[in-house]
Design a protein around this ligand. Structure first.
Ligand SMILES: [Zn+2]
Length: 228
């Protein structure tokens, strides 16, 4: 993908977040890796007014917090940048405030292995990072920690962050995380949810690794927009 195509893909994904019901207003933000730069959605611009030149560019290594572009990067640039620095396998990050993930985050609950698809996030839970004020260094450090060995986490009293090897995979995980959060919420209301064992999740992980995580899940669900 060219840099222009990557910028356009960030705009397209921002607009799709709301259509998919995983974000409200302009509260979410998205970044992608572009060589040695990170491209990130700007602060305080409605998604339907975004143009490619408004996507800010930040060096992943080098001067911390430096940016170029016509608009300031999202106020959450710190955790986007720190994740890109810490996780070389990650090429895209989606952050949003979807309702059910945020409800669980308000309760400071990790999502346990209530559904086998939790393995799409790398293990048998999705952690909830402790609360810290938005945009802060503290929030960034807590987020990177909650994401260790994982491709998604909740942020207490805030929302969620998901990672992808591509932007399509990050968007797929964003929808999946909100779906698992909704299922877990209702299962908790019903009472006594059965939680899968570590061995159950290990078995799912090994099946995903042999068949390809998204292809497998998509075949099973028979729908969706995913690819790489
Ligand atoms: Zn946020």
């Amino acid at each position: 993908m060219t840099e222009l195509e990557l910028r356009e893909s960030v705009i397209d994904a921002c607009q799709r977040m709301n259509l998919l019901g995983i974000n409200q207003g302009n509260s979410g933000n998205i970044s992608v890796r572009c060589g040695k730069q990170m491209l990130i959605s700007p602060s305080a611009v409605p998604y339907d007014r975004l143009e490619p030149h408004m996507i800010a560019s930040m060096p992943i290594e080098g001067p911390y917090g430096a940016w170029q572009g016509s608009h300031r990067p999202s106020t959450e640039w710190r955790f986007h940048l720190d994740i890109m620095r810490a996780r070389s396998e990650v090429s895209a990050i989606v952050h949003s405030h979807p309702t059910f993930a945020t409800v669980l985050a308000i309760a400071h609950r990790d999502i346990e292995a209530c559904h086998y698809m939790i393995a799409a996030f790398g293990g048998d839970n999705i952690r909830c990072a402790p609360y810290a004020v938005f945009g802060s260094e503290e929030l960034s450090a807590l987020t990177v920690d909650a994401l260790r060995d994982r491709m998604g986490c909740l942020l207490a009293n805030h929302g969620m962050v998901v990672l992808g090897e591509t932007l399509d995979k990050a968007m797929w995980r964003a929808v999946e995380l909100e779906s698992i959060a909704r299922q877990y919420y209702y299962a908790l209301l019903l009472g006594s949810p059965h939680i899968l064992s570590a061995a159950d999740i290990e078995a799912t992980l090994s099946k995903f690794s042999s068949y390809g995580i998204i292809d497998d899940a998509e075949q099973e669900r028979g729908a969706g927009r995913v690819g790489d």
